[in-house]
Write a protein that binds this ligand. Structure first.
Ligand code: GNR
Ligand code: NI
Length: 170
């Protein structure tokens, strides 16, 4: 297995729209294993393929505290949503920043599982928030896009400055 490099805002590759997965095969399952390893090591509760520069519609999530609820969603589509919930969101592609975002509280999502079989599941709470956050990534959207322009620019400038220092420290 391999840990993959996670792109960081404002990298333009995070803005690409991912294409549907055509076939669920062993090569894809190897990639899924790498996605889980990368998410758990980060650590994070979700990861979209876009974040590791693979522009296919695939996400992994596990909101449990003990790695006991892993889900892989391939070509996910939200088919129902209701309610509103506000959550302090963070993102592995926007390290160190947490801001409140409003999303549907309850969703029903249709997707292919790791065997390529069509499935549906319902999600509420943090899992629902996480799936919506990851599907946004697949569409090139980040949680900072829900904030004011001023806040987003401030986060971008701070991250760029940190990255310059990190480069010097090499
Ligand atoms: O690890 C993560 N935590 C999180 C917390 C609140 C709402 C969404 C998330 S997803 C994030 C991992 C990530 O960046 N996935 O794209
Ligand atoms: Ni994210």
């Amino acid at each position: 297995m391999a840990k993959l490099k996670i792109l960081e805002f404002p990298d333009p590759r995070l803005r690409k729209k991912a294409a549907p997965v055509a076939t669920v095969d062993d090569a894809l399952r190897v990639f899924i294993a790498d996605m889980f390893e990368t998410m758990y090591e980060a650590p994070g509760i979700g990861l979209a393929a876009t974040q590791v520069d693979v522009h296919k519609r695939l996400l992994v999530t596990d909101v449990s505290p003990d790695k006991s609820e892993p889900y892989v969603l391939i070509n996910p589509e939200i088919v129902e949503k209701d309610g509103v919930t506000a959550t302090d969101e963070g993102c592995l592609s926007v390290p160190g920043y947490y801001e409140e975002v409003e999303r549907a509280e309850h969703i029903r999502v249709r997707f292919l599982d790791r065997n390529g079989d069509e499935t549906e599941m319902e999600a509420t709470g943090l899992l629902a928030v996480c799936i919506q956050h990851e599907i946004d990534h697949l569409d090139g959207k980040l949680f900072v896009d829900y904030l004011s322009e001023a806040k987003r620019q401030r986060i971008r400038k701070k991250l760029e400055k940190e990255r310059r220092y990190a480069a010097v420290a090499l």
